[in-house]
Design a protein around this ligand. Structure first.
Ligand code: MN
Length: 199
């Protein structure tokens, strides 16, 4: 067993249909997420070896590989929890109040989040984060799994914009996949994460 482990999906592969196909979810979780977990564990082992041998000649590549795989693991773990067969609609309570305060309205927030996800160049994510220095919510456009991120911010809601997240079902039409994402958002999970981050 490595340091990191692949979490079980909190629902069946087909539970998010018709919005996200069971085929996508099975491959995405069992193959893609699993590869990030293995990559993070393997890279930690290689960094420990380098430390043992006092040979840091490959440290630049190892640190970059760790950031990529570990961030992939963290974001996918969040992504599965952020979705639910009973999801959709919009948030309530303190999270809804904070979204109104920091974005103007839910519609303004969802427009920005959709654009950030849809317009990722290459592979990446649209992420709603809590930024502790200001106590504000931010939308971040993440490159790969780990680039273009404000240090210290806590991701609360992540939309995966990698082609593996939608291509088998939505082909090249990423905007339709992003529309579908709004139908499965588990706002109870996002609200709990906001409460914990902002406490
Ligand atoms: Mn993914």
């Amino acid at each position: 067993m490595g340091v990191y482990a692949l979490p079980d999906l909190p629902y069946d592969y087909a539970a998010l249909e018709p919005h996200i196909s069971g085929e996508i979810l099975e491959l995405h979780h069992d193959k893609h997420h699993a590869a990030y977990v293995k990559g993070a564990n393997d890279t930690l082992d290689r960094i420990a070896e380098a430390r043992d041998q006092n040979d840091f000649s490959a440290i630049v590549g190892l640190e970059k590989t760790l950031a990529f795989n570990l961030s992939g693991h963290i974001l996918h773990t969040l992504y599965w929890q952020n979705m639910s067969p009973d999801g959709g609609d919009r948030p309530a309570g303190d999270l809804a109040t904070a979204i109104d305060e920091h974005f103007g309205s839910f519609e303004a927030f969802s427009g920005q989040m959709s654009a950030a996800t849809t317009l990722v160049q290459g592979s990446g994510w649209g992420v709603l984060s809590y930024e502790p220095a200001s106590g504000r919510l931010l939308v971040e456009q993440v490159y790969d799994h780990h680039g273009n991120v404000a240090q210290g911010s806590t991701p609360l809601l992540a939309f995966d914009a990698w082609e593996h997240a939608y291509y088998l079902q939505y082909r090249n039409v990423r905007p339709d996949f992003v529309k579908a994402m709004w139908q499965v958002v588990n706002w109870r999970d996002v609200a709990a994460r906001y409460a914990a981050a902002s406490r």
